[in-house]
Design a protein around this ligand. Structure first.
Ligand code: OXD
Ligand code: MN
Length: 601
């Protein structure tokens, strides 16, 4: 097919990559439904995909990955900038020229026997000032199909590129060339772990990924472009690229507000983004579940867009009870990866809310019976579903101007110490809260002492494309340029409190609407709060307790545990030490001031 673009930079780059990788053919993607069907047909024919039961899950397909290719590979993820210090202590640094030389050897002939797809896409609505154009070159039809769902692919982008708009080049290969006439024959193509590279060249705004087909490593618009590269662009251009969901909340009187929220992985971000309130009269609608790009408008208000068009969610644990809107979203036109297959060609996973309906085929293609020791679905099994299938999607989710953010929430899994909700005194105090976010780990989960907090500042540790100390400075400076009265309020929430016997103190899920309601009223200036050592907090009367939460429970959820917080201060001090001299003095001052306030209690 002849190239449908007149953009010289794009044509030259496609040519250069084709010469290096030597695909059998090149195909330009137009984003059409026919193209998507063709990708699925191709993969079904090659034994890589199973079409699910069309009367139960129309338009849905199941994929099983190689057991070595089931998640993001942080130890194979690189930030290649000129100075090692600029990558900071939380990233793997590589010298750009050396990394390119290593990867060029791997890319040499890596697409032999395959088609190279050219995927023009935008993150964010076509033509919005905040949006970015990317072009992904890949030899994976699985990536093409997922990009169709997760981004805006197609001719509209080609047209913009014809007008010489710039784009972010994203190169991807599964790293498995095929001998003449061979096919994958049902085996998920990827390279061994030591050959996988997920590389970012932030100074050039360039992404090179090799050897993995897994979403976070291969759908380059998502974590690579919309977070790691965009975070650097945002720093340079004065905006924020964040690992945040965006939701809309409407109160019984009909007024609405928008909230952005950052939580480390496995804290129920998708569930919160699609929450169904138990509090009568309130509604929550979804704008996005993973990434927010935010900018201050001319009037000084923060606006956010969701740059994606789909949900790439964790399947296990998703059920009618935990997230009915997600269950409806995945009813049709969804890609399932590494879930279990039922006898009637439907999907099943641990925590789906009902027993396995008979014998299953597990995520590795083996027969599985109830009671087997290994899980039937991989714990990181995923669904890729179009956002438009979410019944709670707010109509303005695609507004190119974005939505005005009234509140920013930070949170993590903290069984002790951190109360249900507290509000920052001001922007810098809120940045301090975000910088100290983390989740407690169990000894079984990681080789760490139980009770240790694994810090994941603003849930960006794996996704910030530069030094985290500079990232905190960027947040502080961004706030300092604005009228404080117009800045969003910042809150720290914790749905995961337990009492001394290990009993959950708070039921979570839809009941979290009770906390959102307090936050909403705070933004309106209508809810009372008391000033404490750690921030503003509601009295027990400020939160309507759900069934099963006693007055004593609520009291415990809303007290400041002085001893626990002094331990927290010491732990944050250790965390801060890892950022060295680039930690902004403002954050050190926030920590010292918190300690002083606690000591006075
Ligand atoms: C994700 C993650 O996959 O945060 O969204 O790990
Ligand atoms: Mn995420």
């Amino acid at each position: 097919m002849s190239a449908p673009s007149r953009n010289q930079k794009l044509l030259a780059w496609v040519d250069e990559v084709a010469q290096m990788t030597r695909p059998d053919r090149i195909e330009w993607c137009n984003g059409s439904p026919d193209e998507l069907d063709r990708m699925f047909d191709l993969m079904v024919d090659e034994g890589l995909a199973t079409m699910l039961n069309p009367s139960k899950r129309p338009g849905c397909y199941l994929f099983r990955s190689d057991p070595s290719d089931v998640a993001r590979v942080e130890n194979r993820t690189y930030i290649a900038c000129r100075n090692r210090e600029d990558a900071g202590p939380s990233n793997n640094w590589a010298d750009p020229a050396e990394l390119k030389a290593t990867m060029r050897e791997l890319y040499d002939g890596c697409m032999v026997g395959r088609t190279m797809y050219v995927i023009p896409f935008t993150m964010g609505p076509l033509g919005s000032d905040i949006s970015r154009i990317g072009v992904e070159l890949t030899d994976s039809p699985y990536v093409v199909a997922n990009m169709h769902i997760m981004t805006r692919v197609g001719n509209g982008v080609i047209k913009l590129l014809d007008d010489q708009a710039d784009f972010i080049p994203c190169l991807h290969s599964v790293g498995k060339p095929l001998a003449a006439g061979a096919s994958d024959e049902g085996t998920w193509p990827c390279a061994p772990l030591e050959d996988k590279f997920i590389s970012h060249f932030p100074e050039e705004r360039l992404i090179w990924s090799y050897g993995s087909g897994y979403g976070g490593n291969a759908l380059l618009g998502k974590k690579c472009l919309a977070l790691r590269i965009a975070s650097v662009a945002a720093r340079d251009e004065g905006w924020l690229a964040e690992h945040m969901l965006i939701l809309k909340i409407t109160c019984p009187e009909g007024k609405h507000r928008y909230v952005a929220a950052a939580f480390p992985s496995a804290c129920g971000k998708t569930n919160l983004a699609m929450l169904i309130p138990t509090l009568p009269g309130w509604t929550v609608e979804t704008i996005g579940d993973d990434i927010a790009w935010m900018r201050f408008d001319e009037e000084g208000y923060l606006h956010a867009i969701n740059p994606e068009t789909g949900f790439f969610g964790v399947a296990p644990g998703t059920s009618q009870e935990s997230n009915p809107n997600a269950m409806t979203s995945i009813q049709r036109n969804t890609i399932f990866t590494n879930v279990a297959l039922t006898e009637d060609q439907d999907i099943w996973w641990e925590g789906i809310g009902y027993d396995p309906p008979g014998e299953l085929i597990d995520w590795q293609g083996r027969v599985w019976h109830d009671g087997s020791r290994e899980p039937a679905a991989h714990p990181n099994a995923r669904f890729t579903a179009p956002a438009t299938q979410c019944p709670a999607l707010a109509p303005e989710w695609r507004d190119p101007r974005g939505v005005r953010i009234s509140a920013i929430l930070f949170g993590g899994r903290r069984p002790s110490t951190v109360p249900l909700v507290h509000e920052a005194f001001d922007w810098n105090h809120g940045v301090f809260m975000g910088s100290s976010v983390g989740s407690e780990v169990t000894a079984a989960a990681l080789d760490l002492q139980a009770g240790t907090v694994r810090r994941d500042p603003m849930a960006m540790l794996p996704f910030c494309g530069y030094h985290m100390g500079d990232y905190f400075r960027h947040w502080i400076e961004t706030g300092a340029r604005q009228d404080p009265a117009k800045l969003p309020k910042i809150f720290y929430v914790n749905w995961f409190r337990k009492d001394a016997s290990g009993r959950w103190l708070w039921p979570g899920y839809g009941e979290n609407s009770r906390v959102l309601a307090w936050i909403f009223r705070r933004c309106e200036g209508k809810a009372a709060a008391r000033e404490t050592a750690i921030g503003y907090m509601p009295d027990a009367a400020g939160i309507e307790a759900p069934a099963g939460v006693s007055d004593a429970d609520l009291q415990e959820l809303l007290t400041v545990d002085k001893a626990g917080w002094l331990r927290e201060v010491a732990s944050i001090r250790e965390h801060y030490a890892t950022f060295g001299e680039r930690l902004p003095a403002e954050l050190q001052q926030q920590l010292d001031a918190l300690e002083q306030r606690l000591l006075q209690l």
